[in-house]
Ligand binder design. Structure first.
Ligand SMILES: C[S@@+](CC[C@H](N)C(=O)[O-])C[C@H]1O[C@@H](n2cnc3c(N)ncnc32)[C@H](O)[C@@H]1O
Length: 264
């Protein structure tokens, strides 16, 4: 999927961008998936470790493993939760035995997988019979405010290039219900679909803007690719689209979630 390479970036920039929602989203996904104490869990596409950290708090570091194809993100995750085994690997080729986990989760990753059908089949393979497989993706086209407003502002500045990069337009598996279809096709049972709504706080608009020129995530990569005049125009259009002033504010973000049971 175009965009996956934009995560070979600084974990700090990621944490100040969408990572700001990560811990709350992880808690919501864990509750939706019905992860229980005593389970051994795998975080697929762990990034710098938002979901891994919350899983480790709930289940203990020794009961959690994590995987991500990005070296810098895997390293940041290891530093954040040193007792967790973190491997550099994509979802499509997980280096774990069949039925190794009671819960296999993935947060904000399915839409970046090169081959999502293969990735979800791998998630099911490493999950024990009766175990759970769950994921969430942003509602890019709708109520993920930070990114929706970004791409709407980007279209004002460079209509054609923004239309070709807008995650709400080009990402698969991010429409209501699409994930459930993917889960059923991977052979998962008792598939449930739902929404997770989380919030993040910002000191001011500059706090929100600051990670983007580094090129992190598809939105940051688009921002970085602009010349200075267009980047300034994007900055101003984005701020106006969000309708925020000098002071602190909060944004909400919606993700779609899916969960199913493996090998019944
Ligand atoms: C939006 S980030 C989400 C990171 C983390 N799960 C979180 O919630 O903050 C997307 C992650 O997917 C990873 N990724 C990209 N392609 C992948 C693949 N084929 N399999 C697994 N992870 C992948 C990226 O390296 C990146 O860490």
């Amino acid at each position: 999927m175009p965009g996956a390479e934009t995560f070979r970036a600084s974990a700090d920039a990621y944490d100040r961008h969408v990572g700001r929602y990560g811990a709350q989203l992880a808690a919501a996904l864990i509750a939706f998936a019905r992860v229980e104490p005593g389970m051994r869990a795998l975080d697929v596409g762990c990034g710098p470790g938002a979901l891994t950290s919350v899983l480790a708090e709930r289940l203990g570091e020794a009961s959690v493993c994590a995987a991500d194809p990005s070296e810098p993100f895997a390293e940041a995750c290891r530093t954040r939760v040193p007792g967790v085994e973190v491997v550099v690997a994509p979802a499509e080729a997980l280096p774990f035995a069949d039925h190794a986990f009671g819960a296999t989760l993935s947060q904000l990753v399915v839409n970046f997988m090169r081959d999502p059908e293969a990735g979800v089949r791998e998630m099911a393979r490493v999950t024990r019979p009766g175990g759970l497989v769950a994921a969430c993706v942003w509602d890019y086209a709708g109520e993920m405010t930070l990114l929706r407003a970004f791409w709407d502002a980007a279209r004002v500045v460079d209509r054609e290039r923004a239309a070709a990069a807008d995650e709400g337009a080009i990402m698969r598996w991010c429409g209501e219900g699409e994930l459930a279809e993917l889960w059923r096709e991977a052979g998962l049972h008792a598939v449930r679909f739902g929404e997770l709504v989380v919030r993040a706080g910002y000191a001011d608009f500059e706090d929100l803007w600051s990670p983007l020129p580094s090129g992190v995530a598809p939105s940051g990569a688009f921002c970085k690719s602009l010349d200075e005049d267009r980047r300034t125009a994007l900055h101003d259009a984005y701020r106006s689209r969000l309708g925020v002033g000098e002071g602190p504010f909060e944004l909400t973000a919606r993700a779609w979630a899916v969960a199913g049971i493996a090998h019944r």
